[in-house]
Design a binder for this molecule. Structure first.
Ligand SMILES: [Zn+2]
Length: 102
């Protein structure tokens, strides 16, 4: 597994691959968002200050008979442009049907 495979195999880009754990018969890929891709969820500004993280888990396409989950600490940011304090959007999950929070 690699950042490259995340992109080409799972359509996840702008995130770094961290590690893999095998729990409860499933495969869990832990990924991390690249700092430079953080944007305000309201206005899209990149003038944002990190303000804590929230753990989210997404179900991905299985590998063989194994369930695959993507684990991500979603960054909360304070926007210096519009003042919003929100979680950033999760590109691969918020734009399509492929990934669902579980
Ligand atoms: Zn903003």
């Amino acid at each position: 597994m690699s950042t490259n495979l995340l992109y080409h195999g799972f359509g996840i880009k702008g995130y770094k691959y961290k590690n893999t754990t095998y729990k409860g018969g499933g495969v869990n890929f832990r990924i991390e968002q690249e700092r430079y891709t953080l944007r305000c969820a309201c206005c899209g500004s990149k003038e944002v200050k990190p303000k804590g993280k929230v753990r989210r888990r997404f179900k991905s396409t299985p590998i063989g008979s194994k369930a695959v989950f993507i684990m991500l600490m979603v960054q909360r940011v304070l926007c210096l442009a519009c003042g919003a304090l929100r979680q950033v959007k999760v590109g691969f999950a918020d734009q399509g049907q492929l990934y669902q929070g579980v």
